[in-house]
Design a protein around this ligand. Structure first.
Ligand code: FE2
Length: 233
C-alpha cells in the first residue's frame, strides 16, 4: 500500500506549489571548509533562506570533473525546492539581469568573463579563440612551464625544439650555452659595428681570406728576389 498522502488545505497546497520553484538573488555566500561545506543564502521576496547548496556545472569530487565558482553576491538565481520545502532547496544561479548583464551580444561568440579585465572568448565566425589576462598566464605540464606576464615570457622545459624552416629574432640574442651550427654562418657587423671574439679561435681546414687575400697557413709574401716566400711556420 502506498503511503497515504497527508490531507492539506488548498491554501497549504498552493503555498507548497508556489515554493517549488522561486526566483531570488544570492545574498550571502559561504566558501566552505571540510566541516561547513559551501553554501549560499538567497533572498526571495521577504524571505532569506537558510544556507543552501548551489548547482554547479560539475561536482564529480576529487579525481573527476568538478567546477568551482562561488555565486556573486546579488546574482539572480532560481530556487528549486523538492516538495515545496524551501529549507531543502538548491540554488541555480546564472540568470542575467539589468544590473548583472551578459558579457557579449553575438550569437557567434562564446565568452567567459572572470573579472573586469580577464576573459576568454571564442568567435565562431572568425574561428578565433582569445585569452586576455591582466597579470599572468601559466601553462604547466610536469616540469615544463610557460609563464606569460606583461613584463616578459619565460619557457622552462628540459628540451625546446623550434621545428620551422626559418626563424627571426628582431632584437639582440644572447646564448649562454655552447652555440653549435651545422650549415655555415653568415653575418654583418652592421652600421658602425664590428665583429668581436674574445678568447681563442681555432680554424681547421678550408682557407681564411681578407678582401680576397689568403691569411691562413697557406699564404705567402713576395720576397726580395721577385719570388714568393714560403708559407708561415
Ligand atoms: Fe704573413
Amino acid at each position: 500500500m502506498p503511503a497515504q498522502a497527508p490531507e492539506l488545505s488548498p491554501v497549504e497546497l498552493y503555498r507548497l506549489l508556489a515554493n517549488m520553484i522561486r526566483a531570488g538573488r544570492v545574498e550571502q555566500v559561504r566558501t566552505g571548509s571540510a566541516a561547513d561545506p559551501a553554501r549560499c543564502r538567497v533572498r526571495t521576496g521577504e524571505l532569506l533562506t537558510t544556507w543552501l547548496p548551489w548547482v554547479s556545472p560539475a561536482a564529480g569530487g576529487s579525481g573527476q570533473t568538478r567546477h568551482w565558482r562561488t555565486p556573486a553576491n546579488g546574482e539572480p538565481c532560481l530556487l528549486l525546492a523538492p516538495g515545496g520545502d524551501l529549507a531543502q532547496a538548491v540554488a541555480l544561479p546564472g540568470l542575467f539581469s539589468d544590473d548583472m548583464p551578459q558579457g557579449a551580444v553575438s550569437e557567434d561568440v562564446e565568452r567567459h568573463d572572470f573579472s573586469e579585465s580577464d576573459f576568454w572568448e571564442h568567435n565562431r565566425q572568425s574561428s578565433t579563440l582569445r585569452f586576455e589576462i591582466a597579470a599572468a598566464i601559466e601553462l604547466k605540464v610536469g616540469g615544463s612551464v610557460l609563464h606569460i606576464t606583461p613584463e616578459g615570457t619565460k619557457l622552462t622545459t628540459p628540451e625546446y625544439t623550434v621545428d620551422s624552416p626559418a626563424s627571426t629574432f628582431t632584437g639582440a640574442v644572447t646564448v649562454n650555452g655552447l652555440l653549435t651550427y651545422k650549415a655555415g654562418m653568415a653575418g654583418n657587423a652592421g652600421q658602425g659595428g664590428s665583429n668581436t671574439i674574445q678568447g681563442g679561435f681555432a680554424v681547421t681546414g678550408g682557407t681564411i681570406t681578407h678582401n680576397g687575400k689568403r691569411v691562413d697557413d697557406g699564404h705567402t709574401h713576395p720576397d726580395a728576389h721577385g719570388g714568393n716566400t714560403g708559407v708561415p711556420n
